[in-house]
Structure formats: C-alpha cells, structure tokens
Design a protein around this ligand. Sequence first.
Ligand SMILES: [Zn+2]
Length: 619
Amino acid sequence: MRRRHFLATLAALSLPGRRLRAGAARTRIHPFPLSQIRLGPGVWRDAAEVNRRAVLAEDPDRLLHNFRVTAGLASSAAPLGGWEAPDNELRGHYVGHHLSACAMIWASSGDPRARQRGTQIVSALAACQRALGSGYLGAFPEALFDRLRDNRPAWAPFYTLHKIMAGLVDMHTLAGSAEALDIVTGIARWTARWTQSLGDADMARVLEREYGGMNEVLYNLAAITGDRAWADVAHRFDHERVFRPLADGRDELKGLHVNTTLPKIIGAARRYELTSEPRYRRIAEYFWHEVAERRTYATGGTSNGESWNTEPGVLAGELSGYTHECCVTYNLLKLTRQIWSWTGDPACADYYERALWNGILGTQHPSDGSKLYYLPLAPGYWKLFGTPRADYWCCTGSGSESFAKLGDSIYFRDDDGIYVNLVIASELAWTERGVTLIQDTQFPAEPRTRLIVKTARPAAFALRVRIPSWVARGGGARLNGKPLDGFAAPGGYLVVDRTWHDGDRLEVALPMALSSVAMPDDPSIEALTYGPLVLAERMGSAGLGPGVLRAEPTKPRAIPEYKGDGLAMPVLTGPAPWLRPAGGKPLAFHTTGPGERREFVPLYQIFDERYAVYVKTPG
Ligand SMILES: [Zn+2]
C-alpha cells in the first residue's frame, strides 16, 4: 500500500535535463582501453584463460532465474546456490559482475562468445524490466527497498543494484550494447524517484547500509550520457559522514566496514574527475595514502574480519583467517588507478604492482577458476576457495572481473607518449599513432623485460618505463643492444624520448633481491619479499583433504620463528641471510642452517596447502 502510494506520487516527477559540462574531466594521464591490449604468454594470460573458462561455464538461464521469477516470467532453470539462492537477499549481484566480466573478456580477448553471452543476458534482463514496468530491475522484489526506506532489516539492496547497473554500463562501454544503456537509464530513473522521496536525514540513514558504488555508477552514467541529472542523483549517494573527516585529513576509519567504504571513495574520485571539485580529490587522495600506506599488509590487501579494527599502522595483532578480503583489493586497485592518472605518482604504481601480484594473482584456483573470499594471513592457514555454483560470494563476482581486466593498468598515455607501469608480457596497439608496442618478458622467472616498437613510419614519442622501488643494484637499459648512459632510480621512470623506428628494442634489466616488509608496529614480524613478490613458507598439506580445504581454517599455528644462531654463513645480503635460492626452482628459497629445511615460494603459487606469510626473524 505504502509503496503504491510512493510510486504514484513520484512517477510524475521529471529530471532536469541540464547537460554536463563538456571537457570537465581533467585527467592528465589516460589508460589505454582494454581492447588495445592483449596479454602475452605467461602466468597472467594463463590466469585470464582459467577465468574465461569459468565465466563462460556459467549457465545464463540459471543466472537469470531469480530475475525472471521476480518479473513474473516463466523460468524452469535450477536455481543457483549461496548468495544467488532464491532466498538470499543479495541475489542478482553476481549477474551484474558476470555482465562486467563478459564485457571485459570481450574487450581484452576479442572472444565473441563473451560478448554474445553478455548480450543474451542483457536482452533477457530488458524483458524482465519491461514486465516489472517501473524501471526497476532486480532478482528480488522492490519490497526489499521498502524495508530499507522504512528502517527494517534488509541486507544491502543498493549494493546489489549497483552491481547490476555497473554490469550494464560495462556492457555498453566495452561491448557496445545500446540496450544495456537503455536498461541502466531506466534503473537510474527509478533510483532518482526513490531517492527524491527521502529527505536528507532519511537518505543519510539509508547510506549507513552498504550500497556499493551507487554514486560511482551514476557519475559514470552522467559521463556517458552527458546528462548532469545523473550526477545529481549520484550526489545523493555521496556519504558526508564518511567523507567529512577525510576531507579534513582525519583518519576515522577504525570500526568501518572496509568494502562498504571503498566504493564510496571511488565515487568521490569519479565526482572529482567530472566536476574538478578539489574537495573530492582531497578525500580520495587522503584516503588512499592512509589505507595503501598505513593500513595494508605486505600483500597490498587490507581488512580483518571485513573491517578496520585499529588505528593506522597497527597490524601485528590483525592476522586471522579473515584478512585481506578480495573485493577490497579489487576496489583499492580501481582507486589506485584513478589517483595514478591524476598524479603520475610512482608510489601508486608500486602499490598497484604489489597488490596485483600478491593480492590478486593467487586468489583464483588454477584448476577450476574458483575464487577466494579472504586471503588468510594467520600462520598455518590455507586458501579456502568457493565452490562453483554453490557460493557466489561478493568476491566470486569481483574476482571474475579482476581476472578479466588484467591488462588494464600495464600501459597509459599522455600527450608526450607512453608509460609502461607493469612488467607483464603483452602487446599494446596504439592505434591512434599506428604504433604497436610488444612487451616480451618471462618476468618474474627472468628479471628483465624487452620493449619492441613496431611502426610503419618513424614515430616520435617518449617511452617511460617504470623502474620499481624494489629494483636492486645492477639495473640498466640497452637500446638496440647499446647500453644507455642513464638509468632511473628505483621508484622512478626511465624516460627514452626519441624518434622510434620499426624494430627498435629497449631492454631493461630489473634485478630482484630478497627483502622484507615489517609489521609497522612490530619490526620482529616480517613478510619476506623477492622483487614485488611476497614469499610464504610452505607448511605442507598434511590433513588437508578436500573436505578440510573447503572449510574455514580456525586454528592458527604459532608464527614461525627463525633464530640466527647456528645458521650457515650468510649467502645473501639483506634482511634474510638465512635464506638461499633453492637450486633449479626459480623463485623458491630454502632456509640454511642445521635445523629442518623450510621452503619459501611466492604466495601466489601456493594452493591446497598450509602457509605462513609473516615470520619472526632475528631482526
Ligand atoms: Zn568480497
């Protein structure tokens, strides 16, 4: 009754048709579109392939089941389980992620099956939206939003709506679906009516419930359509209670749910990009520095039990089986990419690399593409992967996107030329200039990369290659076989500004060394690193049958301790003289000394066994 009244009252309201100021976005550096980048052979392309197979293995009719039931349309498909089950209040969220993943897979690989799959689901969703008749589209009835408005229990309906809207926006921008834009515009109109019915105080209460990136997706819609009205609707989702302290430079993040907070900040960053209001840039940059530099583990992840439980820089007591939620890394990488494009700050690129290698790559099981929810950092735990068709966690969805867009932050451009930010085998088609840049590398199995220019005509531009902060002594570059006089300090860019000819080749040596990242509040607890890779001690798979591996680890072991006494003479300089490379196994190390030999490998390589990332060392 109340909802009918609400709709009748608001249906007549129309949105103002002001146009968004053209050219308001002021980003200095631009990413290349995914469609211009192809991954080359190596661990990243392998991971993208595993994800592609997993995404395409989904059954569209099963994904659509709850949408069709909600719209009163026939569906004989078997319902999915977990968070997509017919009685779960987040149902439908994964379908939004799935649309994003399909659009990204199409853009990054050109696989026509991905676009066809996305288009098929978009058309089916259009039919559901038509049947519902109000502009609303969801896999649960609008009644869940009534409950939210009336301050009754409802998990997070706008969180789910955001995923669906973002998936439709991606299908439009990456896969050219006009129908997807129509649907999402209809949902935005419905959202505008819904929010217009609430005063600011009631809206502030609504914003206390997790709402994903509703502000971001509506700002994106404003940018796509040029219609300022969507920015006004987006602004209703800008959460002042969270933004105010950040704008004032105060870290009041303790106690906040991390993945509820992050998408709001991405929305603030998007607002800055559209409006150039410095306050929103301040919010995003201050937040990024606090979180990326003072609240992340060595892996680049943040959160414990999904929250920040401490003041910044206090992490030693925050090791558990529920650390490092994977959606959080997904979102933090998105924000990092935005801020890097404003600032060109190499610290952003360093962070991006660290989180990508350690917080993304090993979070998908190579056998079936199942995804992690948390990356446990308590010693002796294992990676608990979701069960396909049965779990559909938030991180199942964001993970399917992470592995569908692995190429999106390797290359950037500005008026002067190209930035190469990541050492990942790949090929960039710089179609605007008729240049192809091939990055040929087996990194991290080899500590170097080769950049080869293909061009029909000589092309003048600056090639700026990031020299990561972890690069050890001995780095250098050769141009067409001849050593270059200069190099860049670690944490900077090697700039080669010249007229490039077809076949020109820049080879960059990036020596890796053992190092460590200490807990900010307890230097005796460290994670060992090799180049950008966080190492973990392998603790074996004894007792880890399939049933145990799919269960939550609950009994941590003690933090492994290594004493300097009696160890063999140092074989490597740096913080871990008690480690030496394991002969014949690239990227593997073992302890020296008289005790039991223990093996360390990159965390991203560990599956189906116990491990420890943080260890106690002689200091
Ligand atoms: Zn998640």
